[in-house]
Design a protein around this ligand. Structure first.
Ligand SMILES: O=C(O)C1=C[C@@H](OP(=O)(O)O)[C@@H](O)[C@H](O)C1
Ligand SMILES: C=C(OP(=O)(O)O)C(=O)O
Length: 431
């Protein structure tokens, strides 16, 4: 695929990965039949589906690609005596791993968990050490996978302050509490993504969210429900940046989750001069969603991204760096050292990728410094995607904008979060 003129057209990008993982797990902890409309069915979310199936929960995909989850609920799963420790391989999915460690510790199910080469490099102590505070016996391999859960939590309450800006850690603790039927208080000064909190009331669970504090009382049974998953801001981000940078573009992305804890990229692109409008803003299962119109920008101005903004766009920073690379003046990304422990070390892999396109970008311990250039060029050597889906999509968009050479569709890594990436690209090019 090559681009002759702008990106044009309307589409609904991949459904939200974070919300799909959570809906599957909450559906598995709830008593009854949960329906998930528009789930993301990607390599990562299949890991979560297979995980709950191993707990004895039934998951079916309907003809219209909805998920039907039938479960006896957390209490029944907890009293089920598994003959052997369960064995899990969660592939590339950090969210499945961290969330399921909490669930298994809460349900008190012995298990061994491993994953692919990328996942086994990622830190697990951030959740394992916290669960140990509540009596769980969990062994890591030098802080990494394989992780063995020998026994679950024994305390009658969880009370933690997040030390790292991680929604996975927060959610894992909440799910541990819900799985065990005990109360949970978490202080989250970072205001990480709050999808679990938003979704719980649909499952009949009362959650008290006040400023930085989240409280879920114990002994609340989850009741099956219907959840409709919006489109993913992290997938939309590729076209937000693509259409902003490519002249003559006019794109509408339908049903995108614009939850404040996830939509920092919109704020940043707008302050850089991007032409972005939100239409039909509405609420769905506690989440704000909107249709987003993006037209090419005449000019972008560099900016600094730091502090509280970072968690609101952590997965979008790789593609946002492409916009910073061609913005006028200097840009900085600070306080983003979490990027080093994603599917790849994204501070290194974003820097190397954009340097190959001629960007003036250098890594710092916790981010990047970038001096904007007028134009990027297609790289003169083949690129590797570091087995990281967000880097693979960053490279695809960068190649599209810089080269007249036909884009090769390398879907493997991308299927982790956005299996229809190239189909959607074809819509925007052909329209
Ligand atoms: O909770 C979630 O669904 C996620 C949280 C983030 O990870 P951290 O919790 O490690 O920041 C994000 O990078 C990941 O893609 C999904
Ligand atoms: C970091 C990501 O996911 P996970 O942590 O679930 O592997 C991501 O999707 O960019």
């Amino acid at each position: 695929m090559t681009i002759q003129t702008g990106l044009n057209g309307q589409l609904r990008v991949a459904s939200d990965k974070s919300i799909t993982h959570r809906a599957i797990i909450l559906g598995a902890l709830a008593v009854g039949v949960t329906r998930i409309n528009h789930p993301l069915l990607s390599a990562d979310t299949w890991q979560t589906i297979h995980a709950v199936e191993q707990l004895g929960v039934s998951v079916e995909v309907t003809e219209d690609q909805a998920l039907i989850i039938k479960s006896p609920g957390a209490l029944a799963i907890r009293s089920n005596h598994f003959q052997q420790p369960l064995q899990f391989d969660f592939g590339n999915s950090g969210t499945t791993t961290r969330l399921m460690i909490g669930v298994l510790a809460g349900l008190r199910i012995p298990a061994t968990i491993t994953g692919d080469a990328s996942l086994t490099r990622r830190p697990m102590n951030r959740i394992v050490a916290l669960l140990a505070n509540y009596g769980a016996e969990i062994q890591t391999t030098d802080g990494h996978l394989p992780v063995t859960i020998r026994s679950g939590i024994t305390s009658d309450a969880i009370n933690e302050t997040l030390a790292v800006p991680s929604a996975q850690v927060k959610t894992s603790l909440m799910l541990a509490g819900l799985s065990a039927g005990i109360s949970v208080v978490i202080f989250d000064d970072f205001k990480t993504r709050n999808h679990t909190e938003n979704m719980l009331s649909s499952f009949g669970v009362a959650v008290d969210c006040q400023a930085e504090m989240i409280f879920v009382a114990g002994d609340q049974q989850l009741v099956a429900t219907t959840v409709t998953v919006p489109a993913d801001m992290s997938a939309a981000a590729f076209w937000l940046v693509g259409a902003t940078l490519q002249p003559h573009s006019d794109v509408v992305l339908a049903d995108v989750n614009v939850n404040e804890t996830r939509s920092g990229i919109l704020k940043v692109l707008r302050r850089m001069g991007a032409n972005i409008t939100l239409m039909h803003k509405r609420l769905q299962n506690g989440e704000s969603i909107a249709d987003i119109r993006i037209r090419s920008a005449d000019m972008l101005i560099g900016t600094t991204i730091a502090g509280m903004e970072v968690p609101t766009m952590i997965d979008e920073l790789p593609i946002l760096a492409l916009a910073l690379a061609v913005a006028q003046g200097d840009s900085r990304v600070l306080d983003a050292s979490e990027l080093r422990i994603k599917e790849s070390n994204r501070i290194v892999t974003v820097t190397k990728t954009l340097q190959a396109f001629g960007a003036q970008i250098n890594e710092t311990p916790d981010g990047f410094v970038i001096a904007g250039v007028d134009q990027l060029q297609a790289p003169n050597q083949p690129l590797v995607d570091y087995d990281d889906h967000r880097i693979a999509m960053l490279q695809a968009v960068a190649k599209l904008l810089t080269s007249n050479v036909k884009l090769r569709e390398e879907i493997g890594t991308i299927a982790v979060s956005y299996p229809d990436f190239y189909k959607d690209l074809a819509v925007l090019i052909d329209d």
